[in-house]
Structure formats: C-alpha cells, structure tokens
Unconditional design. Sequence first.
Length: 750
Amino acid sequence: MTLDSMAAPSANRPAEPRIFAVEGMTCAACAARIERVLAQVPGLDSAHVNLATNRAHVSAGPDIADTLVIGAIEDAGYAATRLAADRLPGEAGADHHDAPGLPRQLTLAILLTLPVFLAEMGGHLVPALHHLRAAWIDDRTFGLVQLALATLLLAGPGRSFFVGGFKAARHASPDMNTLVSLGAGAAYLFSLLSLIGPAWLPEEARHLYFEPAMVIVTLVLLGRFIEGRARRRATDSIERLAALRPSRCRVRRDGHVLEIALEDVQRGDLIEIRPGERIPVDSDIVEGRSPIDESMLTGEPLPVPRGPGERVIGGTVNQTGALVIRARGLAHEGVLADIIRMVEAAQGSRLPIQALVDRITRWFVPGILVVAVLAFGASLAFGPEPALPFALVNAIAVLIIACPCAMGLATPISLLIGTGRAAEAGILFRSGDALQRLANIRHLAMDKTGTLTEGKPRIAGETIHAPQQSDTVLRLAASAEARSEHPLAIALLDEARSRGLTLAEATELSISPGSGLAAMVEGHAVHLGSADYLADNGIAVTPFDPSAAGSLVHVAIDRVHAGTFLVADRLRADAREAVEQLRALGLTLSIVTGDQAAGALPIAEALGIADVTAGATPAGKVAALEALVQAGEGVGFVGDGINDAPVLAAADIGIAIGGGTDVAISAADLVLMRHNLRALAEAIRMARATIRNIRENLVWAFGYNLALVPVAAGLFYPVFGWQLSPMLAALAMAFSSLSVVLNATRLRWS
C-alpha cells in the first residue's frame, strides 16, 4: 500500500499540531534527514525536528494517521512515539538526552580501551613501560590482544555507529555515525591487514591503529555522555515547572477519602487540601479559608486570602488552613499546564536563523567525505614516506574531527535555555520566533491604563465646602453609588471602605447615564456627577482646579454643592524604574491609549515620554502602530492582552503584561505573567542575550570546522609539519559539541 493510498484528503479540515518523541538522533544531519523524509509524506502541512529536544513537530489534518508519520521516521532509521495530547505537560518520557544504555556502553568501552591505551601511549611517554611490556608479551601477541579488544569494542559499544552509519548510507544521507564508523573502521581494517597479512603492505607501512580506532569510539561515547548530562542540566526548566504539581492528592468519592494519582483526578472531584500542600488542579474553594501562595504565577511574595467560591490555581501553595476544593478540570488542563505547553512550544520552535544552518548541514557530511578522499589522495601522492600510513591518518582525522553536532545544537540548545529561564521568571514566549522578534525591536508603544498605571481609579484629591465634613460627604455619596459598577463609583466605595465608613440604604435612585445620579440617603437629597449634571438640576457648582489630572465627581447635599472628589488612575510604583531600564536598552518609547489627553498627558509627563496618542479607538491604535511599523523600526506593543488584541496583532511583537488569562495568552506573542513592568526590560535583555548566544555558538561551530579540518587534512604539514592524530581529532570533536552546550548554559546566569 502506498502513502498516497493511505492518506485520505483532509479538505477544509484544520491542521492540528502533533509532537513525536524521536530516538536515535545523534547530529544535525539526522534531524535534517527526518525532516526531508517527513516532507515527502502527503498531507503534512509542515514538519520540523528539534535535535536538542529529540522531538518532531508536525502539523497535519485529522485525516492523516499518526502511523504515516511514525512509519516515515522509522523508514529513515529512527524510532518515534506520538506524545498524547492529553498527557501531563512536562511529564518524563519526551526528552531523552542520553541514548538507552549509554552509561553502560561507555563503561565497557573504557574498560576495553584502557589496557591498549596505557600500553601504547604509556610506552611512548615512558620507554621503560614499553620495554616492560615487550619483555612480558611479544609484539605479535600484543597485536592479537589489541585485535581481540578492538573487535569486542567495535562490535559492542561501537556497534551503534556502524548500524547508524549503514542506515544513513542506505538513505543516501550520511551523518555523524557515517564519519565515526568510516574513521574507526578504516583504522581497524588497516590494522587487521597489517597484523594478518603483513606481506601485502610495504614494510615501512606495517603499523597498527587499533588504539586510535578504540580511543575514537570511546571519546565520542564520552562526549555524548557528558553532552547529554550538560544538556539535561541546562534544559530542566520544564521539569521544574512540572514539579510544582503534586503527584498525588486526596479526593472524596462515595463517602470515602481516597488517595489517587494526579492524572486520575476528574472534573468536579472534591479534593481535600491540608496546610502546606500544593493545589493539584485549577479548582474552586468549597469549604474553608486560607492564604494561598501564588508567587509561582504572580511573583507576589505575600499570600492572598482565599475563601468559598474563589478560584485557586494548580501549583499554588495552601498556607495555613484546611480546604476542600472542587476540580474545574483535569490534570492536563489549567493555567500551569498552559504555561508548560507554551514553554514546550517555544523550545520546540524554529528560529529564522536556523534556516541557514539547515542548508549548510545538509551538504556538510557529504562535503567532508569528499575532503577526506582528497586528503587521502593528496597525502598518498605528495606525503612523506611511508605515504600510506600518513594518508590514512589524515583521512581518518578529517572524518573524525568534522562533526555537525555543534552546528545542529547551536540554535536549539540556546533557545531551550533562554525560554526556560524566561519561563521561570514568568516570561512566556509563544514561539522562538517571538524571542527573535523581541530582540530586534527598537520602538516600544505602551497602553496606559493597567500597564503604566494601576488600572484602578482612586480618590486622588478632594475639596469639601463647609459646614460639611469630608467623611460625611463621602459616606452619603458612596451610599448613593453602592449598587453601581462604574469605575468612578468603585473609587468612591473603595475610599469609603478604607476610611471604615458605614454605608446607608439609598432610595429613589435616578440615574442619568454618562452624567450622574440622584438618590435619597438618610433623608438627604444627594446628587453627584459632572458639573453639567448638577447645573442641569439647578445646583450651582464651585469651580475645581482646572489643571487637575483626572475625573471630577461633584456632590450636592440637599441641593447645595458640598464638595468635589478628584478620581485618577495612579502611576504604577515600578513604572518610572521600568521606563528608565527600557531607555537604557536603546528603545524609543511612546504611549498609545484610548484615554483622553487629560488623563494620558500627566502620566506621559511624569515618565518623560513625549510621543503620546490619546483618545484612540481600537482602530486608531492599530493605525498608530502601523505608522510606526512602516517607518522601518521593529515595533512592540504592550497592553493587557484582552481589549488590546487588534493592536497586539498589528505590532511586530505583541506583549501582554499581567495577563495569565486564556485571552491574554492567545492575543499576544509574549506574556508577562507577573504584573511587573521591570520584567519587560528583563524579557528584552533575555531575548537579546539568547540571540547573541546563538550567534556565538554558530561562529564557534563553523569556525571550529573551518580551522581544524584543513589541519586534519594535512594542509599545513609541508610548511609547519603539523599532523593531527585521530585521537586528538576525536577529543576535539567531542569538545566542540560540549562547548556549544556549555556556552548556552551561560544564559542561566546572564
């Protein structure tokens, strides 16, 4: 059955993202080969493979079976498993940085290599050791011992290189396994010929290279082991996020309390939470009251009191009280699960800069094979006598030292660590592309309300006319507004509560939308609203300071103007510091807000921002952003991610600050979970550091090969007498990949 016959058309049905765990990849050429194979599967919208996470990310319609994708990957010589959509995000089993059994293989390789290495290398360094070995065992017998140990090594721990190299050759797509197997295999076969058929070789060419063949395999395995450990330590951010969930919890079912696994929690389950325990899933409190530590979500160090009817988020910590909560969803749902999925998506994405790397690595290994052949031929023709061993050493060194692993890891390993560290700080990128776009912005436009200000109007000033008292006027005005949800009314009510005032019942309520209201409170006729409203009701208003920034609420008691309250949205405490940090990053700042100029200009003046667009409708905000984008600068917009959705989409990168809601996450490219403006500057610094780290990795990965491949090929031998040992080449190759990982690890402390 052909792929075409198995794949039914998925016309007009939306593509869905799928993630497959892939086993057996060792270098960038492996990832590139799987991508090429997947590109040939009919019906796939897109597919890319991430070497650092060992995952294949596929987008395909629901009519495309998983078996098609898995079959294509297996045909390429690898194993694949579909990660279930309802799995617990971040659960183990997706990221295998070590090949199965690698520690055991490495241990066996070292035990087999060590006797040969000590005898050969030790004999070169300390002649007495060579004489001692020669007196104990003759050269031919020792050669047979080396043959036995090398055969065990290559057939055992080194078998994966030959199997992988054969599969790669069968698919006409050579990879790192091809290079290692050719290098070690050539050394082994030449040594075998020298040992069992010396007459077939010139006397001066009869050398044994079992030691280099064994050391090459052992060093590559050691490099893989160290690299895997470093990668796992460097990219464990998802594991730390996932660790915020308890593995088990207690639920009430059929009159009993049962302890069950987290994944067995059902929607609507009643869950008992003791003091100090973590909330397992997003839930509503049914019984009890307790302060909840929500710092993992909001960054606020002080616990927040929660009681019946209020929502609690999975992963947060119950402090002192016993609670009974009702599960709103399953273990793989909720805010924490969404956060982990965003981090996984960002870490598995592809940056635009990766396209260049992919094009190079596709031809890299075939190019190295050509260089090795040319090095062998040139060394054989022009090298010193004995020419054959000289040519063989150069060809093997070229094959071993040129490894595409460093190039393949350069981008994804930095992206893994950068986005993971950002997530721990409450900075969530929807994709790696968003990180690169954030690093490139030069102009930042910001909403005012809820971004630069607290987003909650408060009483900022008042003028009370004698003989009335301030508390009396406020109490009567707040009593009249007690049932209103208007922001100005809420400001009056909050101020009355903060003063401990007791409100009275309001009757005969009459509302004029957008103007004011009238009511009877404790026998007093209370009017409050704009100056025009009071004037329309025949009440003379004493003028208030015309330069005041904010909204004015005039209050009349028994038809006499009793006072005026100034209601304003206050600047966030961290706004000035954050703006200075953004300026220090070289950003041009502007404010684009729907608020009127009277409220926007004082905020802009306090922050030293000259470019202000006030009174803008949603369409007007989009037009303002488009004008900035057309000016040729990278432009970002910061808003709340809900009512600013159109302008967030219009910007080069949309940033939702203080979001944490599903709407905010879906509207923005970047979500700052903690409403802290300083996190915005930190996000930009982190994005720039990550992109800079990627460039450093790429410079090292390409520069390493450009510098050392010519040395390994013997190009400098005629001038400087340089010849690179295959063992040193293997060590350099292992260090190349490890150095990329270690350099990326610096992002954790940058």
